[in-house]
Ligand binder design. Structure first.
Ligand SMILES: [Zn+2]
Length: 103
């Protein structure tokens, strides 16, 4: 099933990356500027953070493995091993974002 774009817009409008990291238990460092939050990439093994968060574009990009993901895919892959149903439920439970096909 295709996820409506509106859903992703709602995520990036209502949620910040920092909130996601906190709820996922991911350590982040905000030492440079708000535009350069860094985390340890959950998609490959590393000791020095090389995943950068672009707060304006609502994406994060890893310079180590080249992964670029938005919030939904980030949580889906990092927490639920790619299970989209669990990811929808998670966003609903944590942030009260309605699941697109539920009324
Ligand atoms: Zn990576």
């Amino acid at each position: 099933m295709k996820i409506p774009k509106k859903y992703f817009d709602e995520l990036s409008y209502k949620i910040t990356w920092i909130e996601i990291f906190q709820k996922c238990g991911i350590k982040y460092c905000k030492n440079r500027s708000i535009h350069a939050t860094k985390i340890l990439c959950p998609f490959h093994d590393e000791k020095t953070p090389s995943m950068y968060v672009n707060v304006h574009k609502s994406i994060c990009h890893c310079y180590g493995c080249g992964e670029t993901v938005g919030m939904f895919v980030f949580v889906c892959k990092a927490l639920f091993g790619g299970d989209r149903t669990k990811t929808f439920k998670w966003f609903k439970k944590q942030f009260n974002i309605p699941i697109p096909w539920e009324k």
